[in-house]
Design a protein around this ligand. Sequence first.
Ligand SMILES: Nc1ncnc2c1ncn2[C@@H]1O[C@H](COP(=O)(O)OP(=O)(O)O)[C@@H](O)[C@H]1O
Length: 188
Amino acid sequence: MNLDCINEKLSQMLPEGRIKHSIGVADCAVKLSEIYNYDKEKAYIAGIIHDCAKYLNEDEVDEYVNKYEIYLDELERGNIALSHSVIGASIARHEFLVEDKEIINAVKYHTTGREDMTLIEKIIYMADLIEEGRNFPTVDKLRELTYSGKLDEALIMSFNNTIKLIIDRGQLIHPRTVKARNYLINKK
Ligand SMILES: Nc1ncnc2c1ncn2[C@@H]1O[C@H](COP(=O)(O)OP(=O)(O)O)[C@@H](O)[C@H]1O
């Protein structure tokens, strides 16, 4: 699917603010691809589609899960904050006709991260957090680390932030984020 078709389809799935965020992530992913030597087109596609499933309602989630035989684990079931990444990866494959496994997995793991992430998974994870429209207390530090070649440091700090936030909210932590964090700390 070419970019015009992707944008047309996305405009039917996402509100304007989320489209703006998606363009921000895609643009940031391209900049990071220059720094870290990744394919800019692939990074842009992954960035623009990463949140495509963010605004599905419960019925639509069920429809996609059945249609594409998507496996959602216990924490993802009934939690769109987590499931939209996994469902989005299937939509990328089947509806945006993305065949590239790296792009599909970058969408799939953009919320939780995972152990031993690929470069594009790291780029999309960080671009989602630091794109120009984002504004939260530690965003400038994360931008500094990410744009200065310290991608893994930025990821560890982001995983720490997320884990702390989920603990403060008294919610369940998806184990993929813990594994992603432990993996990078062990690798240091
Ligand atoms: N490891 C995790 N365990 C549980 N929930 C998580 C985890 N990681 C992220 N989340 C949830 O996902 C949300 C962030 O999802 P994200 O796709 O980045 O949303 P947005 O783009 O709207 O900020 C967090 O606010 C949190 O609710």
